[in-house]
Design a protein around this ligand. Structure first.
Ligand code: HMG
Ligand code: MG
Length: 300
């Protein structure tokens, strides 16, 4: 057992959490969400997405969101960029980091970004090159690592192969997406073991959606392997518009509570994070998807 001493939590709520919301969310609320997360001690925030507004209308105000955020020293403000057009807009918006995204499943890649896996990698090459020239780090996402809504089971070797390609192209970190949350702990562990043969574990992150309520258990399984970067979404917001039925990411509050309970350092103020989760849930008119958020609100 080799649990890490410190875990970096990447809050993807402002992007993954909000991208799937059907009703319009104001730019001001998006900005305030990012600022509240930073105030709660989150040091890595996925704040926006420079994708086609025809594909994901909710992210159409990415420029305005990035322009409105009062930046804090020491916080990385990141954004999704599927292609060079997205990267150029992100660069003009002074992002600290960008993320390219593909999948281990051909069918999902086609639905999500309208191309094959190989074509997606070809599109990323100029993004990674331009990012390097501008001193911007690139993260790579691989979706459907524990199952695909269209193709079913995905072989760990296929996940490992795509991760390795992204690493070789220059991504500094690869985030492993259980997009539809169907994974279970041993499956997660075996997938990670396969990927870690090709990619050093300190360059891997877990991005687990909680559709089937397995995300915390799956996270524990990969933390035991030494993985130390976790993507999560405040109040458990979110879902992918191209993965029908997929619910939000594991809630950041639940992850922080679990990590703190195991003596793992995160630098996050849980109480403040819970307040942020309750605030954004109220803004969206929905029940807080974090169990810890609900429990701590009851104790107020
Ligand atoms: P396409 O239609 O094949 O692109 O879409 P195209 O190059 O043919 O361009 C079509 C139009 O889109 C053109 O405009 C372009 O200018 C415009 P038109 O001439 O028709 O007026 N366009 C853009 N506009 C703004 N920003 C851009 C951009 N690129 C082209 N960057 C494309 C291909 C990749 C653009 C599209 O499929 C897309 O935007 N997909 C994004 C889907 C998405 O955001 N999905 C959710 C995020 S991924 C996710 O949630 C999973 C993750 O969380 C991990 C996990 O959970 O597994 C990361
Ligand atoms: Mg996701």
């Amino acid at each position: 057992m080799a649990l890490p001493n410190t875990v970096r939590l990447v809050d993807v709520g402002p992007r993954d959490g909000l991208q799937n919301e059907a009703t319009h969310i104001s730019t001001a609320v998006k900005i305030e969400l990012v600022e509240r997360l930073a105030a709660a001690g989150i040091r890595h925030i996925e704040a926006a997405s420079f994708v086609s507004p025809k594909w994901v209308p909710q992210m159409g105000d990415a420029r305005e969101v990035m322009a409105g955020i009062e930046r804090r020293k020491g916080v990385t403000y990141a954004a999704l960029t599927p292609n060079l057009k997205g990267f150029e807009a992100a660069l003009a918006s002074r992002v600290d980091e960008v993320a390219v995204f593909t999948a281990a499943s051909e069918a999902f890649t086609q639905k999500n970004i309208n191309c094959t896996i190989a074509e997606s990698l070809t599109r990323f090459a100029p993004v990674i090159e331009a990012a390097g020239a501008n001193g911007i780090r690139v993260r790579g996402y691989v979706s459907t690592v524990l199952g695909c809504p269209y193709a079913g089971d995905i072989a760990p070797a296929q996940v490992a192969a795509v991760c390795r390609e992204l690493l070789d192209m220059g991504c500094y970190e690869i985030s492993l997406g259980d997009t539809i949350g169907t994974g279970t702990p041993l499956k997660a562990k075996h997938m990670l073991e396969a990927v870690a043969r090709d990619v050093p574990i300190h360059q891997l992150a877990a991005h687990f959606h909680d559709t089937y309520g397995q995300a915390l258990a799956n996270l524990y399984a990969v933390l035991e392997e030494g993985l130390a970067v976790v993507d999560a979404s405040v109040a458990g917001l979110g879902g992918c518009p191209y993965a029908k039925g997929a619910s939000g990411n594991v809630a950041s509050e639940d992850v922080i509570y679990m990590l703190q309970g195991m003596g793992i350092n995160t630098g996050v103020n849980l109480q403040q994070l819970v307040l942020t989760g309750n605030w954004i849930s109220a803004q969206l008119g929905r029940v807080n998807g974090s169990k810890v958020g609900q429990a701590m609100a009851c104790n107020d």
